[in-house]
Design a protein around this ligand. Structure first.
Ligand code: UDP
Ligand code: MN
Length: 315
């Protein structure tokens, strides 16, 4: 329900560019369509243009600015072959939204098929098994309790250990490392985070449980917006019947959302807040406290350099 003033629970996603912006617009629209009673919040970085922000403002209750790496750090990280850390760190901003007691984070490439508000009965950190490595949880959907202390602890771990897969999933699985063998009540049923492609490996189960699928997650390199769509049909070979059905549902909503809310001609050119010369976005429109991402990254960079120096002096 839009704009609940005293909402203490929220669905939250992240958007850093127009493509994921369309994904999030579909997700936000669908969350409302399935009748969520929780607030919906999209975190955006300064790289998201005004046209995308406008579309998100129509499909989500709140659009919150969060910090991303500055370009100087991005260059350094690229040199260190870790450019993806920027997006990882942006996702972690969700722990700073402590105006909410509980949050369900959902990737922008997900689509609910029915109401999923019962997820708010779970405690931090609850998630579904990852189809690729089931002892890990998949970070396309997880339940958390925002807390600046937890945020700092995760950032500290990122500094000290990095992430074993280079993204948020490796880092969060290392941080909440008891998940797989700990409290089973933190294991959310797989039907809340189903990758349609994973059904290739277990088609009979997919067919048996198909009616119970509550949320689809289009994980992997090929996203719904990469497919051509015309006359209600998605172009693509080797798609299973249900994958095609989910993609067509996604595109149907995307077309409608674009038609209703995307107005490229009326948009003023977007001026990123960074153009003021500041290393942080100016005047975030949110409750998000500007953070210390730059200094954490400098720390990581220094550590990696030291390690490299130590290594090279061995030979
Ligand atoms: N994301 C984003 N911009 C990017 C990459 C990722 O905003 O360029 C956000 C978005 O919310 C996305 C999430 O980070 O859903 C995780 O990335 P992705 O879904 O691509 O990872 P996968 O689920 O395929 O592992
Ligand atoms: Mn995803």
């Amino acid at each position: 329900m839009p704009g609940l003033p005293n909402a203490t629970e929220a669905f939250v996603t992240l958007v850093t560019n127009p493509e994921y912006g369309l994904g999030a617009a579909v997700l936000g629209y669908k969350l409302r369509a399935v009748g969520t009673t929780r607030a919906t919040v999209v975190m955006v970085t300064e790289t998201v243009p005004e046209t995308t922000r406008a579309m998100l403002a129509k499909t989500w209750d709140k659009v919150l600015d969060v910090t991303q790496l500055d370009s100087k750090d991005s260059d350094r990280l690229a040199m260190l072959k870790r450019p993806e850390l920027g997006i990882t760190f942006s996702k972690l901003n969700v722990w700073k939204l402590n105006q909410y007691k509980k949050v369900v984070f959902v990737d922008a490439d997900t689509m609910p098929l029915s109401n999923i508000d019962d997820l708010f009965q779970y405690e931090e950190l609850s998630a579904c098994r990852d189809a690729g490595w089931p002892d890990c949880f998949n970070t396309g959907l997880f339940v958390l309790a925002p807390s600046p202390d937890t945020y700092k602890a995760i950032m500290k771990r990122a500094c000290e250990e990095g992430s074993f897969d280079g993204g948020d999933q490796g880092l969060l699985n290392a941080h909440f490392s008891t998940w797989s063998h700990g409290d089973i009540s933190k294991h959310i049923p797989f039907s809340y985070n189903v990758n349609p492609n994973a059904s290739y490996t277990y088609l009979p189960a997919y067919k048996h449980f198909a009616d119970q699928v509550k949320m689809v997650h289009f994980l992997g390199a090929v996203k719904p917006w990469h497919y051509q769509y015309a006359n209600g049909k998605v172009q693509g070979q080797n798609l299973t019947e249900h994958t095609r059905k989910f993609l067509e549902e996604w595109h149907k909503v995307a077309e409608m959302v674009k038609q209703s809310y995307y107005q490229p001609t009326s948009a003023a050119p977007y001026v990123p807040p960074m153009s003021t010369g500041s290393t942080k976005p100016a005047a975030p429109s949110s409750h998000v406290v500007p953070d210390d991402v730059s200094s954490v990254l400098s720390h990581i960079t220094a550590q990696i350099k030291n390690k490299e120096k130590a290594k090279s002096s061995m030979y």
